[in-house]
Design a protein around this ligand. Structure first.
Ligand SMILES: *Cc1c(COP(=O)(O)O)cnc(C)c1O
Length: 367
């Protein structure tokens, strides 16, 4: 078999992740001079000033390899979360951490269980690992069906993945529900609890690290959302040290770059900035949801830094938004063709989104 047919065989089952459209692409396509990206749930306020300063300070050091163990950052995270440094696994985005976990604990013949409308990376990583993905439909189309996920477990099931809050549906499970689910799971299983949006709900749920319990529990966090470092790619998992020592065997030696380590450390220490921006995003989320509800466009209440628009002509609305220089995220890939996910932007960006939607809906009514 030559390399081409080998690659074709390897990739036949892999569908590429489709990211939100980059601003530059929309500008080219529409001949616009400005556009707003509300497609990827980034922090719209930019990185914390101390993270920017750290990047500047360490720019002259990038001829050196980074600390392959991310020791300083691990120590800071360990102190923050009340765990040991060997209970932390850092990755090139939490995406790499999710992949490392799935690759370490599931292979051919094993099953990975997730929600049908869960974060799509779990399905992609399971397939890439040669494992069988089991997608469990949501009870109400939005919320993880925990009893259904328990029913789906077989002796071959190795990992169950849950995002809380979930992306793209915005649903949130209470800690009591999650703990009851964990108690019913076999002790031998790995639980991948993806808390990318934890900062946006901690006021309601409280802390999960050190509270939720299961021997195989792996809690994943990211610096891409509330911490404003999506472009640097850095995230982490907190779990039992023995579990992580296995994942570390699959990890490449310098997977987290030097600027990412230093910026994350600075951002972590700028807690006031994070709290302030999370507070603003939560207010703006309420504003957007109130607006969508008024126009009968609110698909569901979201607990992430995004809102959910639902309308039979969602595809048309998405195209019109792009004509107005606003990039939404259509959810057709999740079997939700009537839905758009809109990231919460700055107050200004949201004002522009609101006025664009008002125009678009008026035109749709007149047509
Ligand atoms: C955005 C997001 C992540 C974060 O991915 P990174 O690779 O850390 O940028 C992880 N999980 C979910 C559910 C997300 O929405």
């Amino acid at each position: 078999m030559d390399w081409r047919s080998h690659a074709v065989n390897q990739c036949a089952q892999l569908h590429p992740y489709i990211p939100g459209k980059p601003v530059e692409q929309l500008l080219r396509e529409k001949g616009l001079s400005e556009a707003i990206k509300l497609a990827s749930n980034e922090n719209p306020y930019g990185p914390s000033p101390s993270a920017i300063a750290a990047i500047r300070n360490f720019a002259a050091e990038v001829h050196r390899y980074p600390d392959g163990d991310s020791g300083e950052l691990k120590a800071a995270l360990a102190a923050r979360h009340g765990v040991n440094s060997n209970q932390i696994l850092l990755g090139n985005g939490s995406n790499e951490v999710l992949e490392l976990i799935i690759r370490t604990f599931a292979g051919a013949g094993d099953e990975v269980i997730y929600s049908a409308r869960g974060f799509i990376v779990y399905a992609l990583a399971a397939r890439a690992a040669g494992a069988t993905g089991i997608a469990v439909p949501e009870q109400d189309g939005l919320t993880h069906d925990l009893p259904g996920m328990l029913d789906a477990i077989s002796p071959r099931s190795k990992i169950v993945c849950i995002a809380n809050p979930n992306n793209p549906t915005g649903s949130l499970l209470k800690h009591a529900e999650l703990q009851a689910f964990f108690d019913a799971l076999p002790r031998r299983m790995i639980i991948l609890l993806d808390e990318a949006y934890h900062d946006y709900v901690r006021a309601e749920t409280g802390e999960s690290i050190g509270v939720l319990q299961h021997p195989g529990l792996m809690i994943c966090r990211t610096f891409s959302k509330a911490y404003g470092l999506a472009g640097l790619r850095i995230g982490y998992a907190i779990a039992d040290a023995g579990i992580l020592s296995l994942c570390n065997r699959f990890r490449e030696p310098f997977n987290v770059n030097l600027l990412a380590q230093q910026a994350a450390l600075a951002a972590l220490n700028d807690a006031d900035w994070v709290a302030e921006k999370v507070g603003e995003s939560r207010q703006q989320r309420q504003r957007l949801q109130d607006f969508l509800a008024e126009l009968n466009l609110l698909g569901a209440a979201s607990h992430g830094n995004f809102v959910l628009l639902r309308h039979a002509q969602a595809t048309e609305i998405a195209q019109q938004l792009e004509n107005h220089g606003i990039i939404p995220r259509p959810l057709a890939a999740y079997g939700m063709p009537d839905w758009l996910r809109i990231s919460v932007g700055t107050a200004d960006e949201n004002t522009q989104f609101i006025s664009a939607i008002q125009k678009i809906m008026n035109e749709l009514l007149e047509a």
